[in-house]
Write a protein that binds this ligand. Structure first.
Ligand code: ADP
Ligand code: MG
Length: 654
């Protein structure tokens, strides 16, 4: 003798209670269903048929009484096992079809198999075969709104059969159909019954019920007649046995589905939903797009200007110190750095080179050309200290320095602007403030590497000549010193300051600075600037995240019914969680990619506008990762909300 497949004992269902009046919907239903039966449950509208079916299909739990499925007490099953039953044992057919509106017929039919972990090729083939068998071969790509009611109901029957559909639960399957389509659906159910499927058909129509082999009539939540009671128990049928299902339930419910298939489906579904709502999605994503774009652009601009500063440091050298006189107090005259100080500093072991500088803008004439240039008195350390070689002729010598010779080395721009093109500058004379100087050399072009285009408009003459012949004073304006060890610039600075204070009776009447410090200070300002801009970017990412959360909450609310359908076809809670999390992450990923594209475009525009930008891959990846994390963080709450929905409530929501 067969074990009953389904055994209900004194099932009660009560709605309401706490804040609304209690409604007794089912009052002590007891029945058992054997494998191979075709049962119709009839009753007037409101008699509790749908409530009973939801309990039979494990979409809902009874308030009281026991339900044994293949011998297992359903009350003891966990949510994964219930999902397994809905997926593998039952197939639902509803009056309102309950297809997922964004999916095609084929995709709707495949859904239960996805949650069962069926490989894609097998799934595609089986869904196509089922649709063909139900006369929908040419409609596989249509979405539900492109199908007639009868066609939609056939799609939902195909879906119920996808994983086998051992027990078909059909709640008023013909209720919304015209008589012709209704008859077609009934013929289908007949066929399925004769193939060994258990059919539980719910209807208020006695004519429809007459197609079944057993009729159970309920009124006001209680059974008033059951035709099985008049007949001997059904003969054992071949095909599915209760024990089979039970063994599979015991084994299979804990097995995980094929995550790969589910992930692919999640991605496709996520993309579909996003595409259908693309305008709304685009608006909501602006936050993330702007956030990512600003992070990337700001970091790129910061990096670009940092690199520019570094290039300048390399061009001038980072071991350079500047020494000049200043007022020790506001009442005293400015202190002077004398040539004796220079000689004394030159004796320090930490000092590599030292050069006094005296200079200013002076009128320079050659032939009829007349222009003012910076003329500097320097010593022979000039090319070494400033890393600035002479490319034509040579620098003046120490002998020139001692004798105060009127010789000059000119910058590239001076040559271009004063001398006739193509002429040899060496040996020619310039009049600097009407003092003739003979050109002995030409400096390399510096502007290109330093970024300062004016640096080539300069003339270098011996310090002694400048002091005596041009400026009429002896003491240098300032002194340039290079440290012997560029990693110990500050030590060198301390030694010089100590010596200077000793020579100046302890007075701090001098200023000692270095390029590296200046550049570092500049870099620090830039860093704090980019930090601030980064904070702004972070805020806009946050706003973007809230946008994602908002759109996800909206999606969950709009698609509550879809969630119910997915649960009815066997989705586990984690499948729903994954689905909505995938959507949130994909949403923010699209935002991230768009943001990066926008950033690259802005970067290109800035480059065209001659602003230094340097895109760094880690910055781009980091911003993208932030966007994805935003999606996960802000998508989690709505996704969990979706996963925790009650299947029946979700299904019946409008
Ligand atoms: P049928 O399918 O036979 O028309 P239902 O099972 O849908 O009947 O409903 C039976 C009774 O239960 C109805 O009177 C209905 O108002 C009530 N009912 C159904 N669902 C709920 C609910 N969630 N809360 C309160 N009452 C409900
Ligand atoms: Mg109903």
């Amino acid at each position: 003798m067969n074990a009953p497949l389904i055994e209900l004992d004194d099932i009660h269902k009560v709605y309401g209670g706490i804040d609304s009046p209690e409604v007794q919907v089912l009052r002590g239903i007891s029945l058992s269903i054997q494998p191979g039966e075709f049962v119709a449950i009839v009753g007037a509208s409101g008699s509790g048929k749908s409530t009973l079916m939801n309990i039979l299909g494990c979409l809902d739990r009874p308030s009281r009484g026991s339900y044994r499925f293949a011998g297992r007490d359903v009350a003891e099953l966990d949510s994964d096992e219930l999902a397994w039953l809905r997926r593998e044992a039952f197939g639902f057919v509803f009056q309102g079809y309950h297809l997922i509106p964004s999916g095609s017929a084929q995709e709707n039919v495949e859904m239960p198999a996805i949650y069962a972990g069926t490989p894609a090729t097998e799934r595609h083939a089986r869904a196509a075969a089922l649709l063909e068998r139900l006369g929908l071969a040419s409609r596989t790509g249509n979405r539900p709104h492109q199908l007639s009611g009868g066609q939609q109901q056939r799609v939902s029957i195909a879906r119920a059969l996808m994983n086998g559909g051992h027990i078909i639960l059909a709640d008023e399957p013909t209720g919304a159909l015209d008589s012709h389509s209704g008859a077609e659906v009934m013929t289908l159910l007949d066929e399925l019954a004769s193939q060994g499927h258990v059919i539980i058909l719910i209807t208020h129509d006695r004519e429809v019920a007459a197609r079944a082999r057993r009729i159970i009539e309920i009124r006001d939540g209680a059974i008033i007649s059951d035709s099985a009671a008049d007949r001997p128990p059904a003969a054992p049928t071949p095909g599915l046995q209760a024990d089979d299902l039970r063994q599979r339930l015991d084994r299979g419910a804990s097995l995980r589905g094929a995550w790969k298939g589910e992930l692919v489906e999640s991605l496709q579904a996520a993309w579909r939903v996003m595409w259908i709502n693309r305008f709304r999605t685009a608006l909501t994503l602006l936050g993330i797009v702007i956030g990512v774009a600003s992070v990337v652009v700001m970091l790129a601009v910061g990096e670009g200007s940092k690199r520019q500063v570094m290039a300048q440091m390399a061009a001038f050298g980072s071991n350079i110190l500047y020494l000049s006189g200043k007022h020790a107090t506001s009442r005293e005259a400015a202190g002077l750095v004398s040539l004796d100080d220079v000689a004394a500093i030159a004796g320090l072991p930490q000092v590599q080179r030292i050069m006094p500088v005296i200079g200013g803008e002076l009128m320079v004439r050659h032939g009829n050309n007349n222009q003012s240039f910076y003329v500097g008195g320097n010593n022979t350390e000039f090319p070494h200290i400033l890393n600035w070689p002479v490319v034509e002729g040579s620098l003046f010598t120490d002998a020139d320095e001692r004798s105060g010779a009127a010789v000059a080395v000119i910058g590239q721009k001076v040559k271009e602007k004063l001398l006739p093109p193509g002429s040899n500058p060496l040996g020619q004379y310039l009049l600097i403030e009407n003092v003739p100087f003979q050109i002995v050399g030409v400096l390399a072009a510096k502007g290109a590497s330093s970024g300062n285009q004016d640096s080539d408009e300069r003339i270098v003459v011996p310090y002694s000549a400048a002091a005596m012949r041009l400026f009429g004073k002896h003491d240098p304006e300032y002194v340039i010193i290079t440290a012997a060890d560029s990693s110990r610039v500050s030590e060198t600075e301390a030694a010089i300051a100590h010596l200077m204070r000793k020579r100046h009776q302890g007075k701090q009447d001098f200023d000692l600075t270095n390029d590296a410090a200046l550049i570092q200070a500049e870099a620090r300002t830039q860093n704090s600037l980019s930090l601030m801009l980064g904070a702004i970017a972070a805020i806009s990412l946050l706003v973007g995240g809230i946008g994602v959360m908002n759109i996800m909450l909206m999606t969950v609310r709009e698609r509550t019914r879809e969630i119910g359908i997915r649960m009815a076809t066997g989705a586990r809670q984690r499948d729903i969680l994954r689905q909505f999390l995938t959507e949130a992450v994909m949403l923010s990923m699209v935002g991230g990619v768009t943001g990066i594209a926008l950033a690259l475009t802005i970067g290109g525009a800035l480059l065209l506008a001659d602003i230094a930008v340097a895109f760094a891959l880690p910055a781009i990846l980091g911003a993208f990762a932030c966007a994805v994390i935003t999606g996960v963080v802000f998508g989690f709450m709505p996704a969990r909300k979706a996963a925790r929905l009650d299947p029946v409530k979700a299904l019946t929501s409008v």
